[in-house]
Design a protein around this ligand. Structure first.
Ligand code: CA
Length: 297
């Protein structure tokens, strides 16, 4: 926490070149008051972990944006922000390699807030009815400052909090459910929508759907896989029905073909996401997508 605050203050007060010099000094243990970073040098954190810390401190990780489509109208209703890390050498590191690492070395908060800040800025360029969907690690649901920090970043950006949706994966990583429920409640009270992510693959999802007050369900992409299609369609239908009964819209991820799209439309799924509509693209391209005609009208 303290480290995050310090990094935030750095970023707010000094330019990238100074930041670079100060960060280098800090990891060499030369800057007084940055003990947490200096102490890391002694820990057995090497290679990618150190590069990741460096990349976060230097603002090198960017959100890309994948469209989420209203299946009825074919219009873009939201963009999901997805982390992209390109090293100065041009090499890209896939999120599967660095998100979990960030959780394990305790910098997932720094990474999340850096990305949220950038994503909120991008959202300012979109029409007011297009939302931002943003992933939060269940690990952060144990950090008592999460809600205050998220709401603070959104307000600072000038964005209406009602345009933000937080996606949270079902998981058993939530140790203290009471803390998580309180944080989600705080986010909700600020007007932020809560989306249960990867629904159908995780842990005690039905209980959490009600106890955590989710507003939307995102159905895991695995239910679109071609094998055993009849049964999978039945499951999707059942989840969509469950959502309807609870008054919760449903999104299906991983739509790649028109045939899948038509099936999901007939099932009554509300929103869709997948390569058929577009991959995750940088902020500028995302804004351009909005001026194009609907993909799936
Ligand atoms: Ca997600």
């Amino acid at each position: 926490m303290k480290l995050r605050n310090r990094l935030d203050r750095w970023k707010a007060n000094i330019g990238p070149r100074h930041l670079r010099a100060r960060f280098t000094a800090a990891i060499s243990g030369k800057v007084e008051g940055y003990g947490a970073v200096a102490a890391d040098r002694k820990a057995p954190i090497r290679g990618l972990a150190l590069e990741l810390k460096n990349a976060i401190a230097l603002d090198e990780i960017e959100p890309h944006f994948q469209p989420i489509i209203d299946l009825e109208t074919g219009r873009v209703r939201a963009f999901e922000a997805l982390a992209r890390w390109m090293k100065p050498s041009g090499e890209t590191v896939p999120p599967s390699r660095f998100i979990e690492l960030a959780e394990n070395i305790g910098v997932v908060g720094d990474l999340t807030y850096l990305l949220l800040r950038k994503a909120c800025m991008a959202c300012a360029d979109w029409p007011a009815d297009v939302r931002l969907s943003f992933n939060i690690s269940p690990r952060l649901l144990q950090d008592p400052t999460l809600a205050v920090t998220v709401v603070g970043i959104v307000r600072e950006s000038g964005m209406d909090p009602r345009r933000l949706e937080i996606e949270i994966t079902e998981t058993d990583a939530i140790e203290d459910e009471a803390i998580a429920a309180r944080l989600l409640n705080e986010l909700s009270r600020a007007g932020i929508l809560l989306v249960m992510d990867d629904f159908g693959t995780g842990h005690s999802n039905l209980e959490r759907l009600s106890s955590f007050g989710f507003d939307k369900i995102k159905i895991d992409r695995s239910f679109l896989s071609a094998s055993n299609r009849g049964k999978r369609d039945q499951i999707v239908r059942a989840i969509v029905e469950l959502g309807r009964g609870l008054g919760l819209p449903t999104t299906v991820e991983g739509i790649e073909t028109r045939e899948q799209l038509e099936r999901l439309r007939s099932i009554g799924c509300t929103y869709g996401q997948g390569y058929l509509f577009g991959r995750a693209v940088p902020a500028k391209q995302a804004a351009l997508l909005l001026s194009e005609p609907p993909v799936a009208a």
